[in-house]
Write a protein that binds this ligand. Sequence first.
Ligand SMILES: [Zn+2]
Length: 558
Amino acid sequence: MSADFRIFKRPSMLMGMPRPPLPSLLALVVALATPALAQEMHPYRPGIDVLDYALVIDLPDTGSFIRGDATLTVKRIARVDSLVLDLRKLTVQRVTLDDRTRRFVRTDSTIAIRLPRGDTGHFRVRILYSGRVTDGLIARRDSAKRWTYFGDNWPNRARFWIPSVDHPSDKATVTWTVRGPRGRLVIANGTLVETRTTGRGRRARTTTRWREARPIPPYLMVIGAGPLTKVDLGETACGLSSMRRCVNQSVYVFPEVKKNMPGNFAKAGDIVRFFASKVGPFPYEKLAHVQSATRYGGMENATAIFYADNLFKRNTLGEGIIAHETAHQWFGDAVTEREWPHVWLSEGFATYFGALWTQQAHGDSAFKAEMSRIRTEILGDTTAPVTRPVIDTITTELLELLNTNSYQKGGFVLHMLRSELGDTLFFSAVRDYYRNHEHSTALTADLQQAFETAAGRNLGTYFDQWLRRPGYPEVEVTWSDSALTSLSIGVTQSQRFGYFEFPLKMSLVAPNGDVRRVQISVPAQADTRVLLPVTGSVERIDIDPDIQLLARITVRKL
Ligand SMILES: [Zn+2]
């Protein structure tokens, strides 16, 4: 695949900065000793479930001053006496609860609103606010000096412009009503409901309304507004959409690059069709691909994927990034990680399904090359993630979760499961997991359960060693065929990350080129020795010829 692989949801502002220091040995010991912690996180806002956001945003002709009018439909599910919403910096003018003005307590980052006594009930909370946005909604002039506005919320920057329960555990539907000067096209989540222009001349204002009818987390709730032009990709994946017959896809770009379209987006239809056939029908109303101001290479906002501006300007947008972000519509968007330490359920899946698209479109050797590259990136990473498990309950800086653990290692863990269970069981488990959590949230234990049901056996050791412990096996394989009737193979594991159990596949290559495949089960111990019966001599052995094991392996003939 392409070099785009490295830039999916990677904060460009962190590139080139010094690597963070390795955590202390103590932190590593704690991480090893408390695997159960991952399942015991506290709810973000206990007792509160936001069901719907109706967001009205007034964009200025120039500059970053916005006016907001947000109505949240909130359900109370336990005894709490106040509603705390995230909203940073902006000025709150007024709050109403079921149409009555309410007093509220404002801090720099939250609004607290008193609720009537009780432990149930639905409330309609309206917040009128305004101010200069400093993050979340990126207001800036493009190179042609035109003002543009793009939401870029991951991981918790929705709170810079949307009063919200800003956490992936609380998903909600959203209606966007965006007002701005005529001529500025507005794209957002869901279906286009209406576009209406009032006034004349320079004072003409256009109101655009979009409605996302499926619940999504705040980090995916976005608008894009600017001198965008739409390139229709037509109806795709017909019969494989959950909301209509087909999936309508389009590209929104600045006029200067329209001549390069559709480029690799010509494959967007096949990509959606492929994932829908493997996982389940496309979960949303439409899919737009948008040239934007996201700080990431690509950001998987539900139904409106935002890509970095420069990929369009340099015309370097590869199909790998399209496949990755499209896979997120199922994994991350429709099934959302309930807690941040489980973000691999989003990024590991998108990484692996990007590789599966490579296999589908370019064949087995391209797929093997991609898995080999992914493995090399894991083994080559000497930064902090190597000392931490994929399910990382220690890291509090969320941007640091965009690392080789969440992406490459998460993807390779899925690859090893597929190699071990076979395609039928693997995709059956993925489909069950997806169907059971679509438009909801999940933790790693939910995925484990789906795989255990499909496989008919306990996979606790597998999930623990690959996801709840750091690292990977470091293995030296030694072999000798002094007698022509047997081959002696030794497998020695280093103690660096502890011992792993895994199947070890190898090809025995005879001097005449004949190849024989064998597999041995390596238990979680320092030394394993097996004697394989052979006929004739063996010239060389190739370990893991199909790239199905995450391990650092050296081979030595005795
Ligand atoms: Zn991603």
